[in-house]
Design a protein around this ligand. Structure first.
Ligand code: GLN
Length: 514
């Protein structure tokens, strides 16, 4: 049976991941594809509906992102959002141009409740707008179904062709009834059944993994983080002792983390994972010597990781599959899933060096967002303490040390981070802050300790709140807590004489500090 799915066609807008999230919150599975995707391929996927996202271009300009006009003739419902709406109108004979008044922010929109899109929506509803262009006149056969004082066509439809266009952004939470509108689209217009649920995901994954793997051997990269833990337990349930889990202690883990991972997943823990711990700390430090550029560090760590697996695989004997804990945002941030620029390469995403001799890669979580991974983890019976563990990047502290990585710097950042985490927990803030960690800058500066001049490193504390890891805002930590951390770090961690607090949100920053 084919899985019911909505396709999201990406025109490069900022909120595209959110569109996918909102659709999945309606229990409908969806995937994001670039606008360059061939119509033939789109047809073959047999989507129940298509959503065209926002984007930075003006659709009437030369070279603007566009789509095959035949997309609107497929008989599949299409919903255009902002740029997607403008493009639909422009393509089908409406008039789109620079708006006399551009709208940005929350705006009250009057909607026509007789439209299927707005059935249960309030007549006047606050929506999030972000546009310079507007639909001056809708395409022939279309009727306006929403307006604002400055925007005569805030939404329009052609019911018989199942085409819908919205100028505002229903995916953004500032659009108070946005989720209702998207839910109306997928249920009332596309006729979805809503079968995307986590228990279904776990069950279906176990079945399809069994089918794909058969009686072959599987090697899993276990880091102890949420993603790889969920992937490993999922695999263990699917293929039992055909699975071997290798935990590479690359010396770039948080303080004591290697031992903690071994406690949970090792032979004395609750899982049957054929757990192997490889201690290759020195080897990684050696490879990273003198390397400062963050992308290069990520690449080296990723490659070395794969090498270690190759070696382990050879010891285990013929291994056919390698499991990786790639999740959906990794795929998109690496520029594989849509139109968003390559932000940074994730070492756990496909695309391995040629010389790797595993037959195939299995990425059982590749379609999931972080909170979906957690739900799947709970579904699999993994303890909450592990499921809600803070995310930790694959390249580990290698990318939380700005500049060259050395064993001594690893010690500094580990100790500072452990103190920071301890104090946050003591203050009762560990549940309310999304992600927090210490990073070592490559700045040294002068200080004075015990009347003696020091010339040591500065550590940066970072703390952000995020729902979906695509955007994040800086957490407000009480000053007294920060002061306590500063005091302890400088007193207890040799080599650090300055503590900074990073105020940067994402965007323009990233969550990590590298
Ligand atoms: N670039 C288009 C405009 O300015 C669409 C913007 C968007 O999709 N948010 O109107």
């Amino acid at each position: 049976m084919k899985r019911e799915k909505i396709l999201i066609i990406d025109f490069g807008g900022q909120y595209n991941q959110l569109v996918a999230r909102r659709v999945r919150e309606c229990n409908v599975y969806c995937e994001i594809y670039s606008y360059k995707t061939d119509l033939k391929k789109i047809r073959e996927m047999e989507p129940k509906g298509i959503i065209l996202t926002g984007g930075p271009n003006s659709c009437y300009e030369e070279g603007a992102a566009s789509c095959d006009p035949a997309l609107f003739e497929m008989g599949v419902p299409v919903l255009g959002l902002c740029y997607g709406a403008q493009l639909m109108m422009h393509t089908l004979g409406g008039h789109v141009c620079k708006a006399p008044v551009r709208e940005y922010g929350k705006i009250e929109v009057a909607v026509d409740r007789s439209s299927k899109l707005f059935g249960n929506v309030s007549e006047k509803t606050v929506c999030w707008m972000s546009h310079n262009d507007y639909i001056e006149t809708a395409a022939p056969g279309f009727q306006a179904i929403a307006h604002t004082p400055d925007c005569p066509v805030a939404a329009t439809q052609c019911e018989e062709r199942q085409l819908y266009a919205i100028q505002f952004h229903p995916e953004v939470l500032h659009t108070v009834e946005g989720t209702k509108m998207l839910s109306n689209f997928v249920y009332e217009i596309c006729g979805c059944a809503g079968d995307w649920k986590m228990d279904a995901f776990v069950e279906n994954s176990i079945r399809s993994i069994r089918e794909r793997v058969g009686s072959k051997k599987v090697l899993c990269a276990l880091s102890g983080g949420v993603d790889s833990s969920v992937a490993a337990v999922l695999m263990a349930k699917a293929v039992g002792d055909q699975l071997t889990c290798v935990f590479v202690d690359h010396g770039l883990l948080r303080k004591n983390e290697g031992d903690e991972v071994e406690e949970v997943f090792g032979p004395d823990g609750p899982y049957n994972l054929n757990f192997i711990r490889v201690n290759v700390q020195e080897r990684f430090y050696e490879r990273l010597r003198g390397v400062e550029e963050p992308e290069q560090k990520r690449k080296i760590i990723g490659e070395e990781f794969i090498r270690v697996f190759e070696e382990e695989a050879k010891k285990v004997g013929a291994v056919d599959f390698l499991v990786q804990g790639t999740i959906y945002p990794d795929v998109v941030e690496s520029g594989l899933g849509g139109e968003s620029a390559v932000i940074k390469s994730h070492h756990n995403v496909g695309g391995l060096p040629d010389c790797v001799d595993f037959q195939e890669i299995l990425e059982p979580l590749r379609d999931l967002f972080k909170d979906e991974v957690r739900k799947a983890g709970l579904e699999l019976g993994i303890p909450e303490r592990l499921v809600y563990r803070q995310p930790f990047p694959g390249p580990g502290l290698g990318i939380r040390i700005v500049g060259e990585v050395t064993a001594d710097k690893v010690r500094m950042v580990q100790d500072a981070d452990a103190i920071y985490r301890e104090e946050i927990a003591k203050a009762g803030l560990d549940k309310s802050i999304g992600q927090y960690f210490a990073a070592l800058t490559n700045m040294r500066s002068v200080g004075v300790m015990g009347d003696e001049r020091t010339y040591d490193y500065a550590v940066a504390l970072r703390a952000v709140n995020t729902i979906d890891f695509m955007t994040a805002e800086t957490a407000e930590i009480p000053f007294a807590v920060l002061a306590k951390v500063m005091n302890r770090v400088i007193n207890e961690v040799k080599g650090i004489n300055r503590v900074l607090y990073d105020l940067t949100s994402k965007p323009p920053g990233t969550i990590e500090f590298e």
